[in-house]
Design a binder for this molecule. Structure first.
Ligand SMILES: NC(=O)c1ccc[n+]([C@@H]2O[C@H](COP(=O)([O-])OP(=O)(O)OC[C@H]3O[C@@H](n4cnc5c(N)ncnc54)[C@H](O)[C@@H]3O)[C@@H](O)[C@H]2O)c1
Length: 395
């Protein structure tokens, strides 16, 4: 484990939870006290303040990067150098250029590499993606993913140089990858329109943004990210398809509601919850609701089975490429193209959608049953373009 902060603790708790066989055996932290405390909290045999020593340790099968965004590339390169398998937290890079260098390096070295995008592994998400793949909602037209909370817990997030940006890089990476999973990773993301502003916090980066990612098949992936939202952590996804709809609420409403006057000990309720009194929305097993156990199961199974995990460094690179375009669009106020050097999915022209036919001559625009039982069909003649109504009367 490289790093001993917030996410390193979530990861260790997910890994050591219940009866899992996977163990953290070594932690690196630049601060010896933190390394020692982490090793003691999770019962690790080894700790160090030397990153290369941690990576090279013979008991280490895979290195887990839990460091601030500006250190991901350096840490990945150290794993490449040592030929150690690596899994890296999100975002992969601060920019697509950084992510591409990491992608090329791990592929060149032939080591296993996984992108730790936990929100693409929540049980609700995995089931909704399975429904989408099964065709239950038809062709996906629009996805919406929101992550909003009052702002992160560590100084470096707020420093644009170290983090690579504000809410867009920190939270947008999740939302964009959620949309890609729903719309289809083989469908090329083409361009982005994004509004971003710094509305509340005195920082150089944006603390609030809304963006639209246009895909080659015409689908739109909308992201809504904020470090200004009050009231906890809002994690919601929506899918609108030609045959159905999905709404998922992953955190603020998981079916657990509680009221407290605050007379007892005011304690921890859930990540980013702002209060411990009044009506509260705790989360039963946060790690589970946030997807960490399923994510590690996929990562380590993939490693053992010699296959790619669901979320790869290539995915991390595509996410960074989309976010680069979002930052640019926020500046230029124009749709900006997504620049991808090595597109591995379908050619954009192969993703065009076909209109639904009613018969040889006509397209079907709409079908509706009226209160009197009649069925109205709105059709369009393919040759002439004329729109007309056909009514089938109820018996
Ligand atoms: N849902 C998620 O997947 C999720 C959630 C939170 C954070 N993260 C990611 O995890 C990474 C770490 O975030 P965090 O919330 O744990 O941050 P944090 O500040 O809580 O922890 C960062 C760790 O890195 C160490 N560190 C900081 N600067 C360092 C330096 N110059 N050299 C060596 N070590 C240094 C800190 O001491 C600490 O151990 C980030 O990339 C963040 O985006 C992912």
């Amino acid at each position: 484990m490289l790093g001993s902060g917030f996410i390193a603790r979530f990861y260790a708790e997910s890994l050591h939870a219940q009866r899992r066989k996977d163990r953290v055996v070594m932690v690196y932290s630049r601060n010896e006290e933190n390394a020692k405390r982490y090793a003691s909290d999770y019962d690790l045999p080894h700790y160090t303040t030397d990153m290369n020593e941690a990576i090279a340790h013979p008991d280490v099968d895979v290195v887990l990067i839990s460091l601030p965004n500006d250190l991901h590339e350096m840490a990945v390169m150290a794993c490449v150098e040592a030929k150690k398998n690596v899994i890296c937290t999100k975002p992969l890079g601060r920019t697509a250029a950084e992510a591409k260098r990491m992608l090329d390096a791990v592929e060149g070295a032939g080591i296993f590499a996984g992108y730790l995008e936990d929100l693409c592994y929540t049980p609700k998400f995995l089931k909704s993606v399975a429904s989408v793949k099964n065709g239950d909602v038809g062709d996906v037209l629009w996805t919406k993913s929101r992550e909003a909370h009052p702002g992160p817990h560590s100084d470096w997030f707020w420093d644009k140089e170290r983090s690579g940006g504000g809410a867009i890089i920190d939270l947008g990476c999740h939302c964009v990858e959620i949309s890609r999973n729903f719309i289809g990773k083989n469908i090329k993301p083409m361009e982005v329109m994004c509004w971003a502003d710094t509305q509340v916090h005195p920082i150089d980066a944006e603390d609030h943004a809304i963006g639209l990612v246009k895909f080659a098949n015409g689908a739109i992936g909308q992201f809504e990210v904020s470090w200004t939202f009050r009231g906890g952590m809002d994690l919601r996804d929506e899918v609108m398809g030609t045959e159905g709809t999905i709404w998922v609420n992953s955190f603020l409403r998981t079916g657990f509601e509680m009221f407290s006057t605050g007379k007892g000990n005011e304690g921890y309720v859930a990540e980013k919850a702002e209060t411990a009194t009044g009506w509260l929305f705790p989360v039963g097993d946060e790690a589970h609701e946030l997807g960490y156990p399923h994510m590690f199961t996929d990562m380590f199974s993939a490693m053992e089975e010699g296959r790619e995990p669901l979320e790869t460094f290539y995915d991390g690179y595509i996410v960074n490429a989309i976010l680069d375009a979002a930052f640019k669009s926020a500046e230029t106020k124009q749709w900006e193209p997504i620049l991808i050097e090595d597109w591995r999915g379908d050619a954009p022209e192969d993703s065009q959608r076909q209109w639904e036919s009613y018969d040889e001559e006509n397209y079907l625009i709409k079908e509706e049953i009226l209160p009197n039982g009649d069925v109205n069909l709105i059709l369009k003649n393919k040759a002439t373009g004329k729109v007309f109504k056909k009514v089938t009367q109820a018996d």
